[in-house]
Design a protein around this ligand. Structure first.
Ligand code: NAI
Ligand code: ENO
Length: 365
């Protein structure tokens, strides 16, 4: 019998999961979203088979229910599910960036014998909406499951089966540990990125050159500050304790660095940078973390006119597809750096070889 998936929240992550599910399953995917335009677009793009405005009716027929809504909304909707008569074997999961409060909210469902498995695919983008959804978004990314006590293992295996098409790397974690770890590597860095941008904004009011010069590397390192403010408001709210702890730690650290700078302590400043470099350089390559790594290649170009078409032609001849190409004009008009993004490290390596054969200089960030 054809199985039914109810996707609640048909945006970037929900749409990407739907596409991944479709790769491996011949199930009917029904979308439910407050924004009807997103549902229409999702249907046109064949991300979902159909959509509905009748949550109860759809939930009661579903074999798999996926919440891909902002965390605060997910909490509200999980509560609504409590009064529905769900199929006895249904699996409910979510994709929220925080897990503690969501699992607590799902406890009453489990007490009624319904399986809820917390999920967090740790890859994404600063973009929102189903228009940016991709079936391969979670390939090689960590996909964390957080379980309520007594969740049957066969249900976890079944959910992994549903999500096989993501080609993600599934991992189990306790909800508390998840929230601390993601606080460290994703949520707090997000606050930092936003604060760096706001510092530039404040300083740019005094000197408008700052705005122009920030367009290069600064923009790259603060890319995540362009993500959905409402999504991040929810994340910060639901990981408040960890974020406050990390902010306090950061301020202690900044005071220590401030002290080194004030004293002009050259050796210790060197040690500070060198320690950070060593630790960063030793981080594993090739696996995706929460913050998306791009397989970028930088190419020095002198004459910008015509160079993009030349490089795209030689890459096309070499059968290498690119996901993005952009000139970063950080060196005024004559010189430029071309940044080309690839889907895999392998593509980037092949491209590097080919481009260098044409006498361009390349480097990886
Ligand atoms: N964006 C990212 O990179 C990642 C996001 N996440 C998590 O995924 C979830 C969704 O994020 P995105 O897909 O990026 O957001 P999105 O904005 O692209 O999609 C969210 C969708 O939920 C809909 N929605 C909001 N409230 C609703 C409600 N009450 N009922 C039905 N639909 C509702 C919105 O209309 C929107 O279409 C969030 O919980 C976020 O924490 C997890 C991993 C990565
Ligand atoms: O844009 C990026 O790379 C991200 O930071 C993606 C992201 C956002 C939220 C998550 O919970 C996990 C990953």
């Amino acid at each position: 019998m054809n199985r039914r998936v109810l996707l609640i929240g048909v945006g970037l992550i929900g749409g990407s999961l739907a596409l991944a599910i479709k790769k491996e399953h011949d199930a009917t995917i029904i979308g439910y979203d407050l924004n009807e335009e997103e549902c229409k677009l999702a249907k046109t793009l064949q991300v979902i088979d159909d959509y509905s405005i009748h949550l109860r009716e759809e939930a009661e027929q579903a074999d798999l229910i996926v919440f891909a809504t902002p965390v605060e909304e997910t909490l509200r909707l999980i509560e609504a599910l409590n009064s529905f008569t769900l199929k006895p074997n249904v699996i409910i999961t979510d994709v929220g960036s925080t897990k503690g409060n969501i699992l607590k909210k799902a406890e009453p469902l489990q007490q009624k014998g319904v399986t809820f498995i917390g999920g967090h695919p740790m890859a994404g983008s600063h973009k929102s909406g189903v228009g940016s959804a991709k079936g391969h978004l979670f390939e090689n990314a960590f996909y964390i499951f957080t379980l309520l006590p007594k969740t049957p293992n066969e249900k976890v295996v079944e959910l992994k089966g549903w999500l096989k098409g993501t080609k993600a790397n599934f991992q189990m974690m306790e909800a508390d540990e998840h929230d601390l770890v993601t606080g460290v590597i994703s949520h707090f860095p997000h606050v930092m990125a936003a604060s760096l941008v706001r510092q530039v904004q404040d300083q740019a009011e005094k000197n408008d050159l700052i705005h122009r010069l920030a367009a290069g590397g600064f923009k790259d390192i603060t890319r995540i500050a362009s993500s959905s403010p409402s999504m991040w408001r929810d994340i910060i709210q639901h990981n408040q304790e960890n974020i406050l702890y990390l902010m306090d730690e950061w301020m202690i650290e900044m005071n220590e660095v401030r002290d080194l700078v004030a004293k002009g302590d050259r050796d210790r400043i060197y040690d500070y940078f060198s320690g950070a470099k060593q630790y960063r350089d030793a981080m594993p390559e090739g696996s995706k973390g929460a913050i998306r790594s791009f397989y970028d290649l930088y190419v020095d170009v002198l004459d910008q006119a015509g160079v993009i078409s030349h490089i795209t032609t030689i890459l096309a001849e070499g059968n290498i597809s690119i996901t993005n190409i952009r000139i970063i004009e950080a060196r005024e008009d004559v010189y430029g750096v071309l940044r080309i993004s690839f889907r895999t490290d392998e593509d980037r390596e092949k491209a590097k070889k080919i481009i260098e054969q044409h006498q361009y200089e390349t480097y990886k960030a």
